[in-house]
Design a protein around this ligand. Sequence first.
Ligand code: TXA
Ligand code: MG
Length: 331
Amino acid sequence: MQRWTLDIDTPDWQSAPEAETACTALLNGELVAVPTETVYGLAADATNGKACAKIFQAKGRPQFNPLISHVASLEAAREHGVFDAQALALAEAFWPGPLTLVVPKKKSSPISDLATAGLETVALRVPAGPVMRFLADRTGRPLAAPSANLSGRISPTRAEDVIADLGSSLSVVIDAGPCAVGVESSIVGLIDGTPRLLRPGGLPREEIEKILGRPLQDASPDMAPEAPAAPGMLTSHYAPDAKMILNAHEASPEDGLLSFGPDPLPGAASARAEVNLSPTGDLAEAAANLFQAMRTLDASGVTTIRVQFIPSFGLGEAINDRLRRAAAPRG
Ligand code: TXA
Ligand code: MG
């Protein structure tokens, strides 16, 4: 495995020899870990079924959950998916950015059935992180990329996290420092004329609804493999080793504490380990720190992590979604 430490502010980083190495690896059907503004992705050529199979194998994904294909522009996305007026409005408003659109797949798209899990729809995203866009553009391939973690584990927001989980499966790890957004993209389905939020994420629901001029509907279970079939049936995901207790009313000297905001929980000072996601109560800062905070508390050796209440508006919806999944019973 080769590690490319990349300062994105360096002029002409695209001409570095490592850029060539990463493109060659992708074109050869190998796996490359790539930073985006949300989380690090485990990228492969989406048109190469064997390469996509390596993603599932490396992550240990139990079933063939469909993957997001990353492209460099809306123009490139339209080679693979059918964009109605609502899909176009969202793409124009938010791409590049932390938004994935699930749209009908074009018959002529070369994206492999393994990347779409055989569905007649395709998930497309133009990320704001420039490295993924550059690689898609230079290779001329859509890049399938789930989060670069073992299945069911905490998503990676630093190259070190990727290497710890998947180092042995990778040809290249591109390290561009921590991810700015910190939670995965919001996924909107535009399949049946009704826009649906399939996964809350790095783009707040309110901003999406403002562009659509109507509320987003919930996912129907057949559309969103990640959505719970019924309330309370959340699948465990984003899970630390420690057990999670949400909306805790007080801290405990035995347990870890994940705090939020300026008002400490009773007993916070005596918690065995504490991380505050945002001492000022800023939800964007909290999202950026969320996965790292779970890792830090896990590494402190506590067996239980108590979580302070976090409001559910803006990025709080995605934060609470990830916390509920982390707290769900382990399968
Ligand atoms: O921010 C992100 O979205 C990151 C970065 C790397 O781009 N990627 C990511 O991928 O979170 P992943 O594989 O962890 O999540 C992809 C989600 C899954 O929940 C999958 O079920 C859903 O996208 N998905 C993909 N294709 C779909 C489709 N055709 N219909 C419905 N859901 C789909
Ligand atoms: Mg994931």
